[in-house]
Write a protein that binds this ligand. Structure first.
Ligand SMILES: [Zn+2]
Length: 72
């Protein structure tokens, strides 16, 4: 298990997207991988499947690890 690929809040390795679909995705090798998708959009709003914290999509791509979208 790579902690960089987990939610910093709860440690979940699975994430979901909103608002249109609930695509299931994970984060590996510095990128988001869609496990199950019905969407053609390449821009996601990503939330942790377990604790529903919003993930910073572009920040996570920049850092190569899961970053929460939290101010302060
Ligand atoms: Zn979480």
């Amino acid at each position: 298990m790579n902690e960089n690929n987990c939610c910093p809040n709860c440690g979940s390795e699975r994430f979901i997207t909103e608002p249109n679909q609930y695509d299931v995705i994970n984060f590996e090798n510095g990128n988001f991988n869609v496990i199950r998708s019905e969407s053609t959009d390449d821009q996601y709003e990503v939330f942790c499947e377990e604790c529903n914290e919003e993930i910073d999509f572009n920040g996570s791509l920049d850092k190569g690890q899961i970053i929460l979208k939290i101010n302060g």
